[in-house]
Ligand binder design. Sequence first.
Ligand code: HEC
Length: 303
Amino acid sequence: MWIEGYKPIELLLILTIATFIYIGINYVLQKIGKRIPAFPQALLIWLGAWSIFKYVLTPPIPSALLYTYMGLVTLVIFLFISSTEKGWSEFKRPILNTVMAVTPVYKSVRSVSFVVLPLLIGYGTYDFNVPKFDEPIELRTVHPAPPASTTVRGQNFTLQTARNPYRVDDKGEYLPVGKEDKYFKQNPFAPDAKGYLLYVKEGGSIFFQNCHFCHGDNLNGRGMFAFAFNPIPANFSDPGTIAQLQETFVFWRIAKGGPGLPREGFPWASAMPPWEEHLTTDEIWKVNMFEYWHTEFFPRTWD
Ligand code: HEC
């Protein structure tokens, strides 16, 4: 039932009701000539308060608050018990009896609380902390299998047959590996650069506007933001990245980025942006050429 404005005084109300129930029970017990001894009584009140804070209150209170409340409850119980000499000695009697094991029953209680309980707690702690499953054998597939084809900016590319339009000869065939070699020692940023090198230069401008923050000025994966990421940006100067790959694979990776990785590329989310949202397909092909030119690698071909 919802009562307007009830929530702020909920705790007060619940504790008042609990107190009245407690007084009522004690009154009835007194009438029939019985009473709960001080120690179990203190324990019951403590557990009762804990259950109210833990299970009755909604929404649940943060554990830091729960511990604060329970600290206060413990303090109040001790103050109350120790307020009279009689109450205090009644409270500590079962404790002393247990420690000194005055009867066989107390002796077994002592064994349980000083041997069995610590062992159980020790085992519980061990069991809680010990890893329950093996770590994965392979953490992450760095070069996952690419899709057969991919659509970038409305254009479909079949990865097996697509070509970098800036890297083919007049007949549309890939230049033979090594044929571009003479260019690698030349500077595309020189004023008289022409042909192939002009595309490399355009790719270089794109790289230094978009990619070097992560992949680094030297294409070695050590850009200024690189170390914020896990996995770290690819090091193109290492033979393990673009040197191993077909140019269409690299094209697909640049276009789709981390979000476009298939499941085997996880569990870690890659920070590589999907560049199709910012670059045209031509720009992606050109930045590709710059990466290969700068590292002096050749893209792998299908044969
Ligand atoms: C925000 C940082 C960031 C920026 C900016 C960025 N990359 Fe990446 N890139 C990454 C990370 C991290 C990886 C490694 C994880 C992965 O493979 O997705 C990566 C991987 C790659 C790969 C895959 C290499 C391989 O071996 O599979 C290519 C290619 C690539 N980036 C190209 C580019 C290009 C081109 C640009 C600029 C247009 C660029 N990146 C900009 C973070 C970035």
